[in-house]
Design a protein around this ligand. Sequence first.
Ligand SMILES: [Zn+2]
Length: 348
Amino acid sequence: MPETNPSRYHRQTLLSEIGSDGQAKLAQSKIAIVGIGAIGCASADALTRAGVGQLVLIDRDIVELSNLQRQCLYTETDADRGTPKAVAAKRRLSKVNSMIRIQPIVADLTPENAVSHLDRADIIVDGTDNFETRYLLNDYAVRERTPMICGGAIATRGTIMPTFPGIGPCLRCLHPEVPVVRETCDTVGVLGPIVQIVGARQAALAMRVLIHGEGSIPIQLEEFDAWTGQARSFDITTAKEPDCPCCVRRQFTFLDGVRGSKAIRLCGRGAVQVSPAHTSGIDLVALAQRMQSSGDVIATDLFVRTRIQSHNEPGTIELTVFGDGRAIIKGTEDPAQARMIYARYIGS
Ligand SMILES: [Zn+2]
């Protein structure tokens, strides 16, 4: 059980918005943070310090040197060792607050394991880097009536959107199909401070839901630009889609495993084929231009190919992407790693 010593949380129990009753609610709560990358690090740090009783940290990735510019829980030692992010995050957060329970899960969240990993979380905080996992989370959140705080950042801009099943729109009300993402942080970059803004705002919203309930919170999409200082919010109360496949028709196709990308190990070739969740194809010319920053690119009418040198992995990964969005990722036989590389360099 979290400690009852009032001095640790004194500065936040002073707030009328929290108080000792609110602090007790935080101590009794469980939050699942999915994706402990830049945004997940920021929200996990804030929620640990705030004294949320249980945190589940789910991430499939390992720490790399290029993470340290913005992922605030990790060190050079973690990068040298290639420590799984969930493990490194727990190690760091346990030193900040040893009185809460932190459960690291090193896994790719899939339809097969989502229910067991997310089970009984009071809130989901989205720190994922791809829409496919978000749609899986959206299915779970709607089906189980779990509030979710979505967040994302790219370049200097960040977006936050809470989804409260039964109250406002879900993700699929706004985007019925998985959006085709053409920009990722690995191809266009991301400013460190924007992820802190997004993660901090997600943590504040999560605390508010736990203490006062989701009915107390405006249903709005918020945008911030850490470089220009521009901030905007849009009321999305009425954005609920009357024929939404998820929250109205209750078809949980991502959670059921009917939809979503497919990663298939190509036996004997040391490669994995990833087929995207969307079927709209890919602009190979634009992809080739974006990939120039990752290394030499071979571009033809049929495919784009590049080699990726990963800091923690021996050898290189060869990535070949076809016009229909399908990719062959050579140099790994791990479907989870292949999906991760796809999300990073191609998008969702
Ligand atoms: Zn919906």
